[in-house]
Design a protein around this ligand. Sequence first.
Ligand code: ADP
Length: 154
Amino acid sequence: MKRIALFPGTFDPITVGHVNIVERALHLFDEIVIGIGHNSSKNTLFPLEQRLEWIRDIFKDEPKVSAAIYEGLTVNYCEKIEAGYILRGLRTMSDFDYEKNIAQMNKIVFHKVETIFIMCDPAYTPVSSSIVRDLIRNNGDVSEFIPSQVKYQL
Ligand code: ADP
């Protein structure tokens, strides 16, 4: 059976930290689907299609990685695409507290799925989409924190 992992997130925008997690997880799985969760009540800076396009462009030469938009429960989407694993990155203890609850709830709701955590590379601990968004809104330089494919105009 194929080892398929879903890497769910908002990716508003995708950062070098996210890319690092995917690259390091590649040898663990046969396929990684980067799933952009669509939550209509969440205000994002960049439109869904734009976020999807960036991710597809970044991983265009990596056949094991694909990207998609999904709605609803992450575990339901795992079932749909036959992903046995949810991939998440951990930066800090507060990430861990938050992720632990979600992983345990997901396991209760859908016992076939295992959440796999990868510790953030120390260089990427301070990198977050929310800080990148703040910098972008205030005309800061974000080139160090986002892949070169992420091009935008506000
Ligand atoms: P969410 O809104 O679900 O937190 P994000 O797009 O912010 O979505 O993050 C998706 C995943 O990537 C989460 O598991 C998050 O912890 C992880 N992540 C975010 N930034 C980094 C980083 N700099 N290094 C490692 N993992 C990260």
